[in-house]
Design a protein around this ligand. Structure first.
Ligand SMILES: [Zn+2]
Length: 460
């Protein structure tokens, strides 16, 4: 019969089929073993190494997997092996390769007898490929590094620092080597220093502040971390003067709340019970905090140019309405509902008065900011900023350079303001400081300009 398969033919066909299968599997296996994709070293080797430095090498090999990792450092012709690891394929039947690996590397300078100065760092990674006579694909990196075991030297260039609670100050110091991070710690607040005022780029100016709530006894010191990560700190003589701030009681009434609260519908949607008061508390607490964060992002960077000169202008012909760091207790129907500190000075003049720039600077912010309403922020350089709030309208744009007394806008009552006035504030980095100091020629001379002169005179 034609349809009946000859048993011999059937066996032959079966054997052929099996051979083809074996051949295919072998080809696939060989192909996978003969892959030419090199391992990847994803970590950038640091250019500077300190004696206690440890870093992690992140390695990967997508195809056959990592087989060998070799790390060494060479100094003065002497090569020292830091790692020489083999990663066998896991399991006997499934042979699972190691596709990703994190290898910690520590350069024990003392044990290895390495001295400060140049060294060559080498990494070699091989995979499980059978290429290169079963040695695998190889990736190597070689990098010249600088071993640095010495912390930077910090020299304070001024004799003494006087600070008022809620006030500002200037610290000038010299660093012995370039440091990516340096500045002054005042309690838990960090005030970065910037070079660029003096031609000697080792000399840094750090405008600093004492938060109104920080107490005399707060620890103050200069801190610097060099490119290798060696840290140093240096204390210096300082005096902190205690200040008493006013306590003010503010009675809220429905008239004010009904008039003001709808302005905040977008940021804080209306609530159901006692809607206006509940909303006021939300606005006064939560919105105030998020507004502060918005201001902080505007003052995060400052030019290393001292734009300002002489005393800062105070809104002309204005009467003070509230002072810096007034402690405000908010009352409603005879009960205390909130407490906040007022971190600026309220100045009232005639309605829609022109608002002059307090000093030369750069407009870094111009927008509506919740409780502050329409606000302009000027960068005066080296971390000093002035802020103008509750404006009715603006007269400048972001990025514009302004001179002292240029008109920034006009006073108004936008944001949480009961009537037309200017909320004038000053910041050193993230800290609101008392503007009164910057309106005082004597204070500026003693605390800022004389300190710069003191350093200048030593350079001649
Ligand atoms: Zn105010």
């Amino acid at each position: 019969m034609e349809n009946k398969l000859d048993p011999v033919k059937f066996i032959i066909r079966l054997v052929v089929l099996m051979l083809v299968c074996i051949a295919l599997v072998s080809v696939w296996f060989l192909w996978s073993r003969l892959e030419g994709e090199k391992p990847v070293i994803a970590t950038e080797i640091p250019s500077f190494l300190n004696p206690s430095q440890e870093f992690v090498l992140n390695l990967s090999d997508a195809k056959s997997g990592i087989r060998k990792v070799w790390v060494a450092i060479e100094q003065n012709g002497r090569e020292m092996v830091l790692r020489n690891d083999i990663y066998p394929l896991k399991g006997s039947s499934d042979l699972v390769p190691v596709h990703t690996l994190s290898v910690p590397v520590k350069v024990d300078v003392k044990k290895l007898g390495i001295t400060d100065g140049k060294a060559i760092f080498r990494v070699m990674v091989r995979d499980n490929s059978w290429l290169g006579w079963f040695n695998g694909n190889k990736t190597t990196i070689e990098k010249e590094v600088l071993i640095d075991s010495r912390p930077p030297e910090i020299v304070m260039l001024n004799r003494v620092l006087n600070l008022n609670q809620g006030g500002a100050g200037l610290v000038i110091y010299r660093l012995s080597e370039p440091c990516p991070t340096s500045g002054v710690m005042v309690g838990d607040m960090f005030y970065p220093g910037q070079a660029g005022y003096f031609s000697d780029m080792g000399i840094h100016l750090a405008f600093i502040a004492m938060n109104h709530s920080q107490k005399p006894g707060t620890e103050i010191f200069i801190k610097a971390v060099d490119q290798a990560g060696n840290a140093a700190r240096s204390g210096f003589p300082h005096h902190i003067k205690r200040k008493i701030f006013k306590t003010d009681t503010i009675s809220l009434n429905d008239n004010f709340l009904n008039q003001k609260m709808p302005e905040f519908d977008v940021e804080v949607p209306p609530d159901s019970q006692k809607p206006m008061l509940a909303k006021f508390i939300k606005v006064n607490k939560e919105l105030r905090e998020s507004n502060y964060q918005k201001i902080l992002s505007a003052v995060a960077a400052s030019d290393n140019k001292l734009y300002w000169e002489g005393i800062f202008t105070r809104l002309p012909n204005s009467a003070p309405r509230a002072g810096f760091a007034d402690h405000r207790i908010y009352m409603y129907e005879g009960k205390e509902v909130d407490r906040q500190d007022h971190l600026g000075v309220d100045l009232a003049s005639i309605r829609k008065s022109p608002v002059p720039a307090a000093n030369n600077g750069k407009v870094v912010f111009m927008d509506f900011v919740g409780i502050y309403g329409n606000t302009v922020l000027l960068d005066h350089g080296f971390g000093l900023f002035s802020m103008y709030s509750h404006l009715h309208s603006f007269n400048v744009t972001v990025g514009q350079m302004v001179s002292k007394n240029d008109i920034l806008g006009y006073t108004g009552s936008t944001g949480m303001a009961a009537g037309d006035h200017l909320h004038y504030a000053m910041l050193v980095r993230n800290t609101f400081v008392n503007p009164i100091e910057w309106w005082d020629e004597e204070w500026i001379k003693n605390n800022i300009t004389d300190k710069i002169k003191e350093v200048q005179s030593t350079m001649k």
